[in-house]
Design a binder for this molecule. Structure first.
Ligand SMILES: NC(=O)c1ccc[n+]([C@@H]2O[C@H](COP(=O)([O-])OP(=O)(O)OC[C@H]3O[C@@H](n4cnc5c(N)ncnc54)[C@H](OP(=O)(O)O)[C@@H]3O)[C@@H](O)[C@H]2O)c1
Length: 311
């Protein structure tokens, strides 16, 4: 099995009461895995290390921003940071999600390693600039770590602005995203020719088309990858409803189907960070568990696919 990275100590993990009660119920092998720390992957363009499990905000954080500070989402976000989470992905396309993220960030502690990722999703240079300024305001930051062009929209125009902003230190990394197979050919050409730090697309155990071209190109070109729809918007859970996790899942420190699905993705050598979205504390705790312990090797990943195809 692959070995996890390091960087997040057991002491930090045990800081919150919630984390401590979780730790008490952990199997000895998983407790030993926690001791070794959260799994991190390297951003190729800088060498910076990033926790492999991030957080999506589409739909789940699109709630009334006025009530965000009092909502259960505060605990959800706190659990993310308490378990070594860093990257939060949002977009102006997700209704109030950016504003809600900004409100929640004011409420939580332990967020010193926050890595903000959002998107530009409009046409035209001036409109793009206005929208990105608004995103900074909504998120409550004066610099965005990763600014991505959402669904390739007007990408040539925005790429010029993003290069300017990166040179001025207003953003640290430039990315581009999609979740649609119909954009993959154009995205492939962009990855081959443009100076990008990150690319984001969909990849999960039931939808592996990016293994053919996009993941290998990202790897060759030194582009970090963010993986959206890791649960196929939740439909993977419906597929395994009532089905037992195979016994051998414990060999890769998986205690749930969620961890099985996330570890399958996180283990791909070209994957940098996986961004599941959740509005529930118990799901957040579950998802963050995938950031610890052993990851499957190629043989085990094949076994995971075969098992899914057999049920
Ligand atoms: N073009 C783009 O740039 C693009 C496109 C799509 C997505 N994205 C990004 O990727 C993120 C993730 O994709 P997604 O939100 O579409 O889908 P997803 O993460 O595959 O699935 C989210 C669903 O899974 C459920 N869930 C989460 N953890 C769970 C667990 N441990 N057990 C059971 N159910 C669980 C959530 O419900 P609960 O709330 O009940 O937990 C939610 O309904 C988005 O939020 C967004 O940030 C970007």
């Amino acid at each position: 099995m692959n070995n996890p990275g390091d960087g997040f100590s057991r002491r930090s993990f045990l800081k919150s009461t919630c984390a401590a009660s979780l730790a008490c119920t952990l199997a000895p092998a998983f407790a030993a895995a926690m001791e070794r720390g959260v799994i991190k992957k390297k951003i190729p363009s800088s060498g910076e290390q990033l926790s492999v499990i991030g957080l999506g905000t589409s739909r789940t954080f699109d709630v009334d921003p006025g009530n965000a500070a009092r909502s259960p989402l505060v605990e959800v976000m706190q659990a993310f940071f308490d378990r070594g989470g860093q990257l939060i992905d949002s977009s102006p396309m997700y209704g109030s999600a950016e504003s809600v993220t900004g409100e929640l960030l004011k409420q939580v502690g332990n967020r010193q390693d926050l890595f903000t990722a959002t998107k530009v999703w409009t046409n035209g240079k001036d409109g793009g600039i206005r929208q990105m300024q608004q995103s900074m305001q909504r998120l409550g930051v004066d610099r965005i770590d990763l600014m991505q062009i959402h669904n390739l929209r007007d990408w040539r125009t925005h790429l010029e602005t993003l290069q300017d902003w990166k040179a001025q230190g207003m953003i640290r990394y430039i990315g581009i995203t999609t979740s649609h197979g119909r954009y993959h050919d154009e995205l492939e050409t962009i990855l081959q020719n443009e100076p990008l730090d990150f690319v984001q697309f969909s990849y999960n155990i039931a939808n592996r088309s990016v293994e053919q071209r996009l993941l290998p190109i990202a790897s060759e070109r030194g582009i970090a990858t963010l993986i959206n729809r890791p649960y196929q918007r939740g439909s993977l859970f419906r597929q395994v409803k009532g089905k037992a996790l195979p016994d051998w899942a414990s060999e890769i420190d998986c205690a749930s189907w969620g961890q099985f699905f996330l570890k399958f993705i996180a283990a791909h050598p070209a994957v940098t960070c996986v961004i599941p979205a959740t509005s529930k504390l118990r799901h957040m705790v579950d998802n963050m568990g995938a950031g610890f312990g052993r990851l499957p090797d190629e043989k085990m990943r094949r076994r995971m696919i075969d098992y899914m195809e057999s049920i």
